[in-house]
Design a protein around this ligand. Structure first.
Ligand SMILES: *[C@@H]1O[C@H](CO)[C@@H](O)[C@H](O)[C@H]1NC(C)=O
Length: 96
């Protein structure tokens, strides 16, 4: 019985490890969410949102669940993780 519980705990632990993006492991943003995790950059043609991704995982969400207005089938409503800033999710709202 103890072995079963141990194996279950181990698989839960490994599952959690697998979900957290590798880039979060050493990131100082790998902590509970804060209001300041979202920054907004406004322009005349666009508005850029930047959201720290590690706190999103800490809150048991992930980038696939971070969809504007729940528009899952609209690619423009999904955030992007860019190579030069892998711990942030970028969403651009444009009036074009
Ligand atoms: C995000 O979580 C949902 C629900 O748990 C899951 O279906 C989806 O595959 C996950 N996406 C990623 C990128 O892990």
């Amino acid at each position: 019985m103890r072995l079963v519980i141990l194996v279950c705990q181990l698989s839960l632990f490994m599952r959690t490890e697998a979900q957290l993006p590798e880039d979060c492991a050493l990131s100082e943003t790998n902590r509970a969410p804060e209001n300041s995790d979202i920054t907004v950059d406004c322009g005349t043609q666009f508005m850029d949102l930047s959201i720290y991704i590690c706190p999103v995982y800490q809150a048991l969400y992930n980038e696939s669940l971070m969809v504007l207005n729940n528009q899952i089938n609209t690619p423009e409503c999904l955030g992007l993780r860019l190579d030069h800033d892998p711990t942030s999710l970028k969403i651009q709202i444009s009036n074009e």
